[in-house]
Design a binder for this molecule. Structure first.
Ligand SMILES: *Cc1c(COP(=O)(O)O)cnc(C)c1O
Length: 379
């Protein structure tokens, strides 16, 4: 089955009993048992729900793994993955990781003595140098947020396999349509499905795919014990969104390439971070491990004032956190998504005051370009 077909026909589709072509929303908490422990596969919806199960089967197929899991948010998914570790374990994490992940690790899980080292994983030597006797896993984002840094998945997988570490990848930016980390040797892939997978700014969710039975058993144990599950209505909404993931990603790809070409010619734009650009650091590695460059671009407009002008005057770019929706979104990482990272650390990472991040949507790209020009000319 090819990718676009898999989006429609992967996982569990429709309903055997009624012939409904969309999976029904099983808005139910518990299930009748014919005798103690005798049931049709479902006993309580925290443990398993047919609508959620259909979504979990779908994401498993799309990432090519052993089992899929759906959670109430991307952060719930990440928290559940990290709950497979114990006090005293050490993890190596990409340094410009999603701000919420950084906060979870440094502000919450640190209370439970989960030991972490943040390194620039775009250089595998940095990972190797951070290894300690208690290291258990390597967790990477590629491309990263907001500088679109690229980590070589196969190179990290070689290292983690050799050392017996678990290799975890946050695949939110690329989606399974463009990048499949399990194929490259990852053990666990996760998504904030709130972004491209949902795609319409109407659902908050997280998805995970693991590549082995033992990881599936461990993660299901946490999912059922901690209970951060996705509800049936949101599971259904996500399946609806995923059906159009292919055409959305293709259209977003061509819009983004066109918008980047336009930015390159714009006198006020100083640096552009986009994996689709030949001159972008990591472009060649990204091109080897992903089929598309995605819809995220970060660039510097030179100053805080210019960034403010954009935020004030743009009509078609909505000022909002999040990304990956049908509508184009704009954010200023230093003040928004990365505000929870201390300012000296932000400066270290290159997240300047004039750095703007856009998520290109499905509008006509000519309107997006005109909008940008008028916004920078304004007061
Ligand atoms: C948004 C995001 C998350 C967190 O997901 P939520 O659904 O907001 O909880 C994690 N990783 C990345 C890369 C994200 O963009």
């Amino acid at each position: 089955m090819r990718r676009k077909t898999q989006l429609i026909h992967g996982g569990i589709t429709g309903d055997e009993q009624t012939g409904a072509v969309s999976v029904p929303i099983y808005q139910v908490s518990t299930y009748k048992q014919d005798g103690v422990g005798k049931h049709k596969g479902y006993e309580y919806s925290r443990t398993g729900n047919p609508t959620r199960h259909a979504l979990e089967e779908l994401i498993k197929d799309l990432e090519g793994g052993y089992a899929g899991f759906a959670f109430g948010s991307g952060m719930a998914a990440i928290t559940s993955i990290l709950m497979m570790y114990k006090s005293g374990d050490h993890l190596i994490i990409t340094d410009d990781v999603y701000g919420g992940t950084y906060r979870l690790l440094s502000g919450v899980l640190s209370r439970f003595n989960l030991d972490v080292t943040f390194v620039d994983t775009s250089d595998v030597d940095n990972i190797e140098e951070a290894i300690r006797p208690n290291t258990k896993a390597v967790y990477v984002e590629t491309p990263t947020n907001p500088l679109l840094k690229i980590t070589d998945l196969e190179a990290v997988a070689r290292l983690t396999k050799e050392k017996g570490f678990t290799f975890i990848v946050d695949n939110t930016f690329s989606t399974p349509y463009w990048q499949n980390p399990i194929e490259k040797g990852a053990d666990i892939v996760l998504h904030s499905a709130t972004k491209y997978l949902g795609g319409h700014s109407d659902v908050v969710a997280g998805l995970v795919v693991v590549n082995s039975q033992s990881l599936a058993e461990e993660l299901h144990y946490v999912q059922n014990s901690a209970g951060a599950v996705l509800g049936p209505q949101d599971s259904w909404l996500l399946m609806r969104g995923i059906k159009t993931l292919g055409i959305r990603m293709e259209e977003i790809e061509s819009n983004t390439h066109a918008f980047v070409s336009f930015l390159k010619e714009h006198p006020e734009v100083t640096s552009i971070y986009y994996p689709g650009l030949k001159e972008h650091t990591g472009h060649d590695i990204h091109a080897l491990q992903a089929r598309g460059a995605g819809g995220m671009i970060s660039f510097d407009v030179g100053s805080d004032e210019n960034a403010e002008k954009l935020l004030k005057n743009l009509k078609y770019f909505t000022l909002a956190e999040s990304l990956g929706a049908v509508e184009s979104l704009i954010s200023v990482p230093a003040k928004m998504t990365h505000a929870s990272i201390p300012s000296d650390r932000r400066a270290e990472l290159g997240i300047t005051e004039g750095l703007v991040r856009v998520s290109i949507g499905l509008e006509d790209v000519e309107d997006l370009k005109e909008d940008f020009v008028q916004a920078l000319k304004g007061e």
